[in-house]
Design a protein around this ligand. Structure first.
Ligand SMILES: *Cc1c(COP(=O)(O)O)cnc(C)c1O
Ligand code: SF4
Length: 401
């Protein structure tokens, strides 16, 4: 969207209310992430400079702020439709009353991340890879966040000593070759701190890959500067391959600014993957996900996972049925580039890990041949070679219809 349009939306809303001051900025300020960080929307007055706040949202802000702060970058706020309370961008950023509904399925630690924590800030669940929580703040606080209890809480920061314990653990565990750097959002750290992390990983020979998990490509693409891209390029080596895993949930998030930021990451030689969370009212349709994934491929971001919404407290209103996710994947496979078809997973409650859930393309597996259904629903047979081809006659293999 052009800056002028964003500004006129913002000031139009300002005129309708008695606010002290409308928000204003220069083009240079808008292009600088520090400005967005300093002007994050933290209260109702600031929110009203951007959108027509409803009564439900006002009440929700008052009730949820003590538990999970609101924090929206002006950039992300500019993507919200100011007059549509069901805007998919708005649902991800602005508190809503249903966040206060707790279902009896909701868990304190839905993914068992704490129970699999080997040292503070490090979860080791899978044989060869670990999850490292570098910090607990983010450019924007997403209303669907699984780690709501931790993020936005300044007292839960991972400190320097904890970092050292984590590096020691990694050095002592040669089976670990992949580190997921997560948070909060690691891009809330200064470039220097990120460089230190890559430096430490480079010193541990068995660490071959790491992935930076950050939503800044979506909520604050200005943070992904040339300097940051240069840092990625510096630490990419034959010994350590760095990937960037991000979190686009809706095609409206694929803006020019986001595309520019992805270009910088791609040009540094860093592959990008996307982990989308399936959410009611945001992206629970084949049309929305296909449009998103086509745009992501153009931006050179490979759709990697679709997550079923976790059983975290305060996100139950986003939950769809698991069947919805299966039907979405069925609607993608075969109809669009296979590169745009992600794996749908359910993170099993209590630390079971990610379980792939797929549409069923196998009709029968018991006989001499396997019976398959293709994406259009047509039936095909393929011989089970273990029996030996001489035992199967092509006639038995003809399609049934
Ligand atoms: C998701 C996750 C990983 C990474 O899993 P991949 O399937 O390799 O992407 C590693 N550790 C934990 C605890 C995770 O939740
Ligand atoms: S950026 Fe990630 S960790 Fe931070 S609030 Fe959003 S979903 Fe949660």
């Amino acid at each position: 969207m052009a800056l002028d349009t964003i500004k006129s939306n913002a000031s139009h809303l300002y005129k309708g209310r008695e606010l002290k001051k409308a928000i204003d900025w220069s083009e240079e300020e808008w292009a600088h992430w520090g400005w967005h960080q300093r002007h994050r929307i933290r209260n109702l007055e600031q929110l009203a400079q951007w959108i027509d706040v409803t009564e439900d949202e006002e009440e929700a802000f008052i009730k949820t702020d003590p538990v999970f702060h609101m924090g929206i970058t002006p950039y992300y706020a500019s993507l919200i439709d100011p007059y549509d309370e069901n805007c998919p961008i708005r649902l991800q950023a602005v508190p809503k009353m249903p966040e206060l509904d707790i279902s009896n399925w909701d868990l304190d630690d839905p993914l068992g991340e704490e129970s699999d924590m080997v040292v503070p800030g490090l979860t080791h669940r899978y044989p060869d890879r670990v999850l490292f929580y570098t910090n607990h703040n983010c450019a924007m606080y997403c209303r669907f966040c699984t780690r709501k209890r931790k993020v936005s809480d300044p007292t839960s920061m991972t400190n320097k000593r904890a970092y050292q314990e984590i590096y020691d653990y990694l050095a002592e565990h040669p089976e670990v070759n992949d580190v997921v750097i997560s948070g909060g959002d690691p891009l809330s750290l200064a470039d220097k701190r990120l460089a230190d992390i890559f430096e430490e990983f480079s010193k541990i020979p068995h660490i071959k890959y790491c992935r930076l998990g950050s939503r800044n490509l979506v909520t604050l693409p200005q943070r992904v500067t040339d300097d940051f891209a240069h840092l990625l390029k510096t630490y990419q080596s034959r010994h350590l391959s760095i990937f960037f895993n991000t979190h686009y949930n809706h095609p409206k998030e694929c803006t020019e600014e986001a595309w520019d930021a992805c270009d910088r990451v791609a040009l540094s030689g860093t592959p990008m993957n996307n982990q989308m969370v399936l959410m009611k009212g945001v992206n629970d349709s084949v049309e929305t996900v296909s449009e998103l994934n086509r745009k992501l491929l153009q931006m050179r971001v490979r759709p990697y996972y679709i997550y079923q919404c976790d059983l975290a407290e305060g996100v139950s209103h986003f939950r769809t049925s698991v069947k919805t996710g299966i039907e979405i994947v069925r609607g993608l496979r075969g109809y669009m580039s296979g590169m745009a078809v992600p794996q749908f997973v359910v993170d099993a409650p209590g630390g079971g890990g990610k379980v792939p859930v797929n549409p069923n393309y196998i009709v029968d597996l018991d006989g001499d041949s396997i019976v398959l259904r293709n994406f259009q629903g047509k039936i095909y047979r393929y011989p089970e070679t273990e029996l030996g081809f001489d035992q199967i006659t092509p006639e038995v293999m003809l399609p049934e219809s």
